[in-house]
Design a protein around this ligand. Structure first.
Ligand SMILES: C[S@@+](CC[C@H](N)C(=O)[O-])C[C@H]1O[C@@H](n2cnc3c(N)ncnc32)[C@H](O)[C@@H]1O
Length: 291
């Protein structure tokens, strides 16, 4: 289960990347908000239906799902990243006062025993693309669902369908060594970029009624504040270079390259800012299936 050369996904999400996601939780959740709404609307959560959130990260979806449920239901939110779970637990204590109780568990969704036929719903916002053995992971998730229970998740389409990533990436690429393309079935954000791959893995795990729908949303990467802080373009450039494939390009680069990358992206975003906001399109698959 390797990520970025020699480290495992557990090490990856418990190391510098996990800390980065934890640090940026508020910005990530604000940027992904339109996608979160699309996911939870599609999940059609029953008010008394318990929910398993897979790869819950800093807990945004679990908290939003809990608010849609009654107190008789419950949410289990699983992740293998201790720093992200720490953020999730802290904010749930403050934000999740209404709805169903949430239990955050440090668990590998591929193998953890969530119990059999416990949940009416399993959901995930970008938490299911990092499995070493996707068939085993989805079979394990399926086992935790009651018969007729639903799985609903979001994953990224091809990188070309995601200008919020390709625009900054194309500005940064000339500054850094050409990255080695990884094998298409390796864990990573674009693991399920092809709809047929998703259908095949879910069918293999025993799911039925599989639907894979393209969802496009403009993501507002940043909005200018009261004029005292960074401009929207500067804040959006910072966000775009802090996370995901662009941050990976810059990770081992000297400060001079990082500064130049930020300047290039910020200059470009300045030309894109409309009414104090920088928005670029995101392309996802919204996937539903039934146990
Ligand atoms: C791209 S982040 C998404 C986090 C969160 N769902 C969100 O939208 O903010 C992917 C998450 O999946 C988690 N993850 C990766 N592999 C996992 C596994 N095998 N079991 C559970 N969680 C996993 C990571 O730790 C990380 O929190």
């Amino acid at each position: 289960m390797m990520a970025d050369g020699a480290i495992t996904q557990r090490e990856y999400w418990n190391g510098e990347v996990g800390a980065r996601w934890a640090r940026n939780q508020r910005r990530i959740d604000a940027v992904f908000a339109p996608l979160t709404t699309a996911l939870l609307d599609a999940a059609r959560l029953r008010v008394d239906g318990s929910v398993l959130d897979i790869g819950c990260g800093a807990g945004d979806c679990a908290i939003a799902a809990a608010r849609r449920l009654g107190a008789g239901a419950h949410v289990v939110a699983a992740d293998l990243s201790a720093p992200l779970l720490a953020v999730a637990r802290a904010r749930a204590g403050i934000e999740a006062s209404a709805g169903a109780p949430i239990a955050f568990v440090e668990a590998d969704a591929q193998s953890h025993d969530f119990g059999a036929a416990v949940f009416e719903h399993a959901i995930s916002r970008f938490g299911i693309m990092f499995f070493d053995d996707s068939a085993a992971a989805f079979a394990n998730i399926r086992k935790a669902l009651v018969p007729g229970g639903s799985l609903t998740f979001l994953c990224w389409r091809r990188i070309e369908d995601n200008p919020w990533i390709t625009v900054p990436r194309d500005l940064v690429l000339p500054l850094v060594p050409e990255p080695e393309p990884g094998p298409p079935d390796a864990p990573g954000p674009f693991r399920f970029a092809e709809a047929e791959t998703i259908r095949a893995v879910l069918a293999e795990a025993g799911f039925r009624d599989i639907t894979v729908e393209a969802v496009d949303r403009p993501l507002s990467l940043a909005r200018s504040g009261d004029g005292a802080g960074p401009t929207a373009a500067e804040a959006a450039a910072d966000f775009a270079t802090e996370l995901g494939p662009v941050s990976r390009l810059l990770r081992d680069q000297p400060a001079s390259i990082r500064v130049e990358a930020l300047r290039r992206v910020s200059d470009d975003f300045t030309t894109r800012a409309v009414s104090g906001a920088v928005a670029l399109n995101a392309g996802c698959w919204l996937v539903s299936a039934t146990r």
